[in-house]
Design a binder for this molecule. Structure first.
Ligand SMILES: NC(=O)c1ccc[n+]([C@@H]2O[C@H](COP(=O)([O-])OP(=O)(O)OC[C@H]3O[C@@H](n4cnc5c(N)ncnc54)[C@H](OP(=O)(O)O)[C@@H]3O)[C@@H](O)[C@H]2O)c1
Length: 346
């Protein structure tokens, strides 16, 4: 594709459900109040991109620009934004979905508008590609904690022996849930293929079990009971609700356990004494919504990335070929990845 004319940039656009992504030149947006414009250096791919592409989920109108995870350099800021300046290296959670299908906010293009509450500065040691891995995974982990009503300032001590079951620790979302729960002091029990066990222990897991083992539920229960760990709370990152519940129902406190499920099979419900909760974000008011993401991106992630307490996870797999290569990489993701996030550098 030719070089874009002045004031325009390259974008990958979806014209209808399931149609091939195509490249276009489109006008580069100007930030409005609370916004900044980012020149994208790296963008990550998520299962949600494939769901939107093939099923049209959460697309209010076409044409539509997919994508939610970016990192890059700020090229302009609205005067109302004092926290960031041109030239800052940042990651951002963006989405046309949250902006009524306004394509200025979709990630699959060279220049993207971001809201200041969904932006995190990149410390010197964190690359653009590592930064792009984080927005969806970290915000989904926190949306789970919010759905479970876990206070942000939770800090269990080792002697509390308070366990957290994270099913699917090698997934992007699962590794973010693992790390964030570990920082709240939970003793982490997680599942993954055996090749990822040492890595997940390096992220903070105390015990990792191979989910291919047909006896895995019994083994988790046995180890936790043997160590006196209360495993009455869980985060299902990969759609394995029955296995999670099989563990949690053995640890009910006052007849209750609770788990977050990342793939909602139904509405929130209580089953066998286990409260099953979907991912949640505050929707009562725009202020509450913004404050939720301000905490995640501007406060918690900023602090934990700077201190090195949180590291980009799982593995990084950089893919190449520019925006035109996105269909190929989305197919790779759809076929299944193991312990890596696919990131396109542009
Ligand atoms: N509700 C929301 O807001 C929301 C937001 C984001 C994502 N999601 C959903 O969350 C899911 C995870 O997304 P993601 O990007 O984190 O996925 P991902 O990284 O692509 O997931 C791949 C990983 O899943 C693991 N896995 C697969 N089956 C497993 C099983 N039965 N038990 C344990 N681990 C298993 C694999 O582990 P091994 O390598 O060890 O085999 C693999 O590493 C997707 O379905 C996505 O659509 C929902």
């Amino acid at each position: 594709m030719s070089t874009p004319p002045a004031g325009q940039h390259l974008a990958s656009i979806l014209t209808s459900k399931g149609s091939p992504l195509s490249l276009i030149h489109r006008p580069t947006a100007t930030p409005g109040p609370n916004e900044l414009l980012i020149e994208v250096k790296a963008l990550a791919l998520n299962p949600a991109d494939n769901a939107q592409l093939h099923l049209g989920i959460l697309i209010a109108s076409y044409p539509y620009i997919l994508g939610s995870d970016i990192a890059g350099t700020i090229v302009s800021v609205h005067p109302s934004v004092t926290e960031y300046k041109t030239g800052d290296r940042v990651l951002a959670g963006v989405s046309a979905y949250f902006e009524n299908a306004n394509n200025d906010y979709g990630a699959f293009q060279k220049f993207v508008l971001a809201k200041k509450w969904a932006v995190t500065p990149l410390p010197d040691g964190v690359s653009f590609s590592q930064g792009a891995m984080l927005p969806m995974a970290v915000s989904t982990a926190w949306n789970g904690w919010f759905g479970l009503e876990i206070p942000r300032d939770t800090k269990w001590q080792p002697e509390d022996k308070k366990g957290m079951l994270v099913w699917g620790g090698a997934s992007s979302v699962g590794s973010a849930a693992l790390q964030s729960a570990k920082l709240m002091g939970y003793v982490i029990y997680t599942t993954a293929s055996s090749k990822h066990h040492e890595y997940l222990k390096s992220l903070g897991a105390t015990h990792v079990f191979d989910y291919h083992d047909e006896d895995v539920v019994r083994k988790i229960v046995e180890v936790a009971k043997g160590e006196g760990v209360s495993l009455d709370i869980g985060y299902d990152a990969v759609g394995q609700m029955h296995s999670c519940m099989g563990v949690l129902k053995e640890f009910k406190v006052n007849g209750k356990a609770k788990m977050a499920e990342v793939i909602p099979s139904m509405e929130d419900r209580d089953k066998d004494g286990v409260a099953v909760r979907n991912m949640k974000m505050p929707r009562d008011s725009p202020e509450a919504f913004q404050e939720h993401f301000h905490f995640i991106f501007n406060v918690w992630l900023k602090d934990k990335l700077e201190s090195g307490e949180y590291v980009p996870s799982p593995g990084l797999q950089v893919v190449e070929g520019g925006l035109e290569s996105l269909p190929k990489h989305l197919d790779t993701l759809k076929a299944g990845v193991s312990g890596v996030k696919l990131v396109l550098e542009i």
